[in-house]
Unconditional design. Structure first.
Length: 138
């Protein structure tokens, strides 16, 4: 009987405590400042240095550059840029090494899908993923 009363007292105590559960997806998730979410890629900032692809521990970044058609712009510009989110572990290394911040983390995280093919994101998709960019505006 004492145990039952103790259990009941604990239950009532918990009813008045602040809730730890979150009503996702009805309620927006607020992540810590350093949360590592899906990357935003800004093609106009990319200098095709390949550092992001070289440091990636899972080799999930594929990029191809091409010669700039703008006579005022020397060097290469990005042509294709893909990340395979079947493999990406959101480790943040690609964004850390990027010298121009062409690739940056966001706090977006919703990638659930029924098809593995849809986890392969191209330049256009990554460019459009420009909300909730970590550390400010895209
Ligand atoms: S977050 Fe890590 S695993 Fe994902 S693309 Fe960048 S370096 Fe590769
Ligand atoms: S590290 Fe940055 S600038 Fe270099 S290829 Fe990757 S995204 Fe482009």
């Amino acid at each position: 009987m004492l145990r039952f009363a103790k259990g009941l007292a604990y239950t009532f105590k918990q009813m008045t405590e602040k809730k730890a559960t979150h009503m996702y997806p009805d309620q927006e998730m607020i992540w810590p400042e350093r949360f590592r979410g899906i990357q935003h890629f800004a093609p106009e900032k990319c200098i095709v240095c390949n550092q992001c692809a070289r440091i990636c521990p899972t080799s999930c970044i594929n990029l191809i550059g091409k010669k700039s058609e703008d006579p005022n712009k020397k060097g290469k510009v990005i042509d294709t840029y893909d990340i395979n989110f079947e493999l990406c572990i959101l480790c943040d290394l690609c964004t850390e090494v990027c010298p121009t911040e062409a690739i940056v983390m966001t706090t977006n995280f919703e990638l659930a899908t029924y098809s593995r093919d849809e986890l392969f994101k191209n330049l256009r998709w990554l460019d459009d993923n420009n909300t909730n960019v970590r550390g400010g505006e895209a």
